[in-house]
Design a protein around this ligand. Sequence first.
Ligand SMILES: Nc1ncnc2c1ncn2[C@@H]1O[C@H](COP(=O)(O)OP(=O)(O)OP(=O)(O)O)[C@@H](O)[C@H]1O
Length: 341
Amino acid sequence: MTEVTTPADEAPVLEVNDLEVRFTSGRSTVYAVNDVSFTMRAGETLALVGESGSGKSTIAKAVVGLVEPASGEVLLRGEAQAGDRVRRDRATRGDIQMVFQNPVGSLNPFMTVEANIAEPLRNRGVAKAERAARVRELLTVVGLDADTLGPRKPGEISGGQAQRVSIARALASEPAVLIADEAVSALDVSVQATVLNVLRRVVDEEQVAMLFISHDLAVVRNVSDTVAVLHMGQLCEIGPTEDILAAPAHHYTAALRAAVPEPGVPLGDPGMTDADPPSPRIRPTGCSFRDRCLAATSRCAEVLPPLTMVGPERAVACHHPLDRDAVASAIPSVTAQGALA
Ligand SMILES: Nc1ncnc2c1ncn2[C@@H]1O[C@H](COP(=O)(O)OP(=O)(O)OP(=O)(O)O)[C@@H](O)[C@H]1O
């Protein structure tokens, strides 16, 4: 399949190649992730976007080793992460860290903020004096005051502060890859912006590769370099965030894009039928979006559209991709250069 890589020259930190994940119980199988590939480099953020059930969290779980792929591979710094799960978990425990939707729930409520952040340092054998200094440093990285917040318990700080503590705790392991799974979805919009800023800074300063999972294309705009759009476990479209938001090539991306609020611009036509997505229990044939797509033809039901390059860094899996110029001119907030207003 077509390999889309980001422009930097360095070797990828994480490669996901032809990943397939299924959940089987009895005679029923859920086809959760179908032939998904992407590459991530240090200091870059890739956003996985799609509705509930599109397979985003399952990809994250396959990357950290919590689910075993049916086929395909996950490479961390070029090394396969397959095989013995226990061994793999141990090898990647520090290298890949996750930040979840519910920050308070992912911290130990009985330990202070400082102790929560210090725990992974202690597990890595960092000496006590050094630990204290590093905890202060990490709190500063996420923009929190060590003196006032360090001694508090997670229940005594706000949701946004707790999420920043979770990020600091994740960074304590010096991960190569940070997975943020709906990490700002539960926060107020004003707090979301602060946490997104922290994440952006962390990616840049600590040079981690961030896999940012969100159902919301509007959130992704502010944080990711690359967007990968998923529909029912299939990769619809992947490429630079700005280009994709300015002119989606896949009809599903265009539908998600139409729902992104723009100041002073009414929401666009949803651009898709109101048919339900297909059952994830049926082995996919053709394009998974076809029943919801206004441009679908019989070919879309018969032949799975291959992921095909449509620009130097862009690929789309669609037999009838949108004309990029036409889409750009149809979105009023997009300037002639394709930059978002
Ligand atoms: N442990 C499991 N057993 C059976 N099916 C599962 C399991 N985990 C996920 N699924 C199914 O796999 C598909 C993908 O789910 P996944 O949670 O990865 O989607 P998602 O895009 O992350 O959705 P959400 O935003 O709701 O978390 C769904 O059909 C889901 O019901």
